[in-house]
Every structure is written in structure tokens, then in C-alpha cells.
Design a protein around this ligand. Sequence first.
Ligand code: DNO
Length: 346
Amino acid sequence: MYMTFRWYGPKDPISLNHIRQIPKMKGIVSSLHDEPTGVAWDLAKIKSYKENIESYGLNFKVIESVPVHEDIKLGRGSRDEYIDNYITTIKNLAQAGLEVVTYNFMPVFDWTRTSLDTPFPDGSNALTYKHKDIMAMDPTSPDLTLPAWVKYSNQELRGLLEAYKSVDNEGLWKNLEYFLKAIAPVAHENRIKLAIHPDDPPWSIFGLPRIITNKAALERVLSIVDVPENGLCFCTGSLGISPDNDCVDMVKTFAGQKRIHFAHARNVSIDGDHDFSEVKHTNDVGNIDFTKILKAYFDAGFEGAIRPDHGRMIWDETGLAGYGLYDRALGATYLQGIWDAFESTK
Ligand code: DNO
């Protein structure tokens, strides 16, 4: 396992110089954030982005993410053109020396929360989710936006929500299957590891289908194209908010099969039925115990990248929701410490 940190590019308030000062920090996870969804990424742009990161002594092997165009998820006629672009991007990333491509198959909205700064008694604040608040939200309201959401015009958004009315969960599976059957063989040939991120939260929101929600779904993804490159970004914070999901068991299974290509380490506290808070990485709180999760990775001989996912805002830091410096840096050192203790007993 090697430790990485997500960086949002030159516009990120956190600098590569600060990130490299985190003990044992090895690499950056990032994306060409200014590229519109659906275009083919240019090789020269990828190379220069990579060179800049590497000039700080950090590696850059993991892309998070190459977003999937909605036309692919909707199975529209234009999907082939977007799939061709995705394939070009995969080939160019391979040529530039990248190793892992993270993506998700969530319709319209990426991760979703109902509050970005719920205060905690110790003076920190964090992201939380209350299902009854989601039920009361109108996602097309101009006042409503989340950091990870693509900015659509109101009309586009209404059009998309309407179009998804004819795509149920099985329809979405079919569209994922079509996409994976086209891209996984290319990833295999080019030795690019594909890492699908689970749905966050792992249940339907705003009436949209959501399918990457549990162990059976992960097994199904892997079976669609059974090559080692067709794999997972295993996110404890997304899967772990469903009490039915046993994350330790899933790590044992999928890291054991060498199909986890990237690990997201986030701790969450289940506060009630479909309600949760994001909490610090340590095992005195929350439902995820990283001593157990990391032991499962360690026993499976996991060699991929891990990153501390969403942190709280502490010490009066302000910045991108979930992506401040301080709490994620504490998370990274906590996770690394657990790992080093396992290493030392080898
Ligand atoms: C949340 C992240 C996700 C993830 C994408 C992967 O903080 O884990 O936004 O990057 O879903 O495509």
C-alpha cells in the first residue's frame, strides 16, 4: 500500500508543497479538472500535468476521475462517440505512464450530502446526510448545489431527470455493461486498471437509479468483463453507511482477488435509518474500524494506492468541503501508522 492525497489541481487552496510535507506521503490523485465531461484528453496536457506533480517528488499514477458522460449512462445513441473518446483518454493516460482510472456510474449526481458543515461539540465540523432532508429537496432548485455536482443549467437538469424516468436499475446495468465491454478490453491491453467508485450514498436519491451499492453489485461489475484490469475503487465511506454492508469482508474478498485497484479510507457514523455523519478516521468513533480494514488489505498483499477520504474541518480551516488539509493529513498518518505496525511484524 502507498499513501496518496487528492489534489484538485492548481485551483486547489492546498498546495503540492504542503501535501509533500505530510509524513510518508507518496503520491497525488487528481484529474484534468478543466476538461469538459466526454472529451478525449490530450496526451501533451496529461504529460505536463504529470510532470508538474512529479517535480514535487510525488508520484502520479491514479486518475480520479475520468467522468462518464450522461449519454453513456442513459444509453443514448450518441454514447458510441463518447465511448470512443473515453478509449482515447485511456490510451493516452497509459502512454503518459498513468496506472489507475477511477470513475463512477451514478446518474447525474456524484456524492450527495444534506449539510456540508454540521458543527460537532469539539468545534470541528463535517459533512452529514439526513434522508428526510433529501426527500424535501428539489435538486433543480437554483440554490442547491454540491461541490461534486456537475453544473448543469436548470433546463439541462430537468431534461436529464426526465430522461432517467425511462432507465430503471436493470436499464442502468445494461448501459454499464455496454460501456465496460467496450472499454475494459482496451484497459486490459494498455494495462490501465479501471476502478469503479460505489454510489454515495448507496441508495436511490431523487428517484434516480443507483446500482453500485453492495457486495453482489461489485461482484456483478467484475463478472461483466473478467480481466484483472476491470476492478474497484473500494470506498469504506460510501459502502459503510449501509448497515447491511460488511466492509472488512468485502476487502478480504476483493483485495484477495486483486480486484481493488484503489482504496478510499473514510470513516462514517450511522446516526439512524439512512442518516449518517462523516467523522475522524480513528476507531474511537464511527462504524469503520481501520485497524480491521487495513489488516484485511495487509493480509491480501495490497500494493495499490490508498487515500484518506473526506476529512472534517478542524483548527478553523476553511476550504473545499471534505477536502481540507489538516484532518486528511491526520488521517493519512493514522492509516500509515497502522500499516507500519503490520509491516514491522512481518
Ligand atoms: C467523493 C469522491 C467521489 C469520487 C467519484 C469517483 O469525495 O470519492 O466524488 O471521486 O465518485 O468517480
